[in-house]
Design a protein around this ligand. Sequence first.
Ligand SMILES: [Zn+2]
Length: 231
Amino acid sequence: MQLVSTSGALVAGVYSGAVSVMSLLQHGDIGLGTFANLDGEMVVLDGHAYQIQGSGRVSEPPADAQAPFAVVTKFSPETDARIGPIEDFGELEKRCDVLRTSGNIFYAFRLDGTFKRIRTRAVNPPEAGARLLDAAKAQSEFHFTDVPGSLVGLWSPGFSSAFSVAGYHFHFLSDDRQEGGHLLDLASESLRLRMEALTDFHLALPETESFLKADLSKNTADELAYAESAH
Ligand SMILES: [Zn+2]
């Protein structure tokens, strides 16, 4: 797996692009992230990148579109299971917990099926210099019902919170590529779940001026947890 930049840099307001979509797709076929200036959520699925903007618009960004934070992997799942019914996010977490054999490595997830109910959000570009906490307040929320689609997810161990999003982090994309976003809640009768344990971790740090000069000495895990969760 390849992670570009750090979640701590995002929290500190480093939103300028560090890597192109083209480069990300060379390192993985599924993944998630965000776009330069926090212009929406990223989903990488089946080797294509998608951008879900705060307006709700979903599109395939140009190959030179930039991402300040992303994680991708060449997915080769070793677990293929069926789960459900799932009534909410907490239940999804519990079902995934049962399948993980360790709390000290990373896991990639892909879930496919029909979502009876799904709630997502997409960030809007914040004012210049805003911290992630303030940017999160400008997010748009979406509610979809009876939509077939896929969730791409990553589970990261607690010790990685300085550079990754600890715990579960899922992004959604509908089969018709018209709806998506950062997952806040869901319900589904039945989902196909595929999972891969990830122990080979590559962290690519940006060489951008804003990253090199940012003060990343503070522990931002709490701010990140708040910005990433449903509230
Ligand atoms: Zn997200």
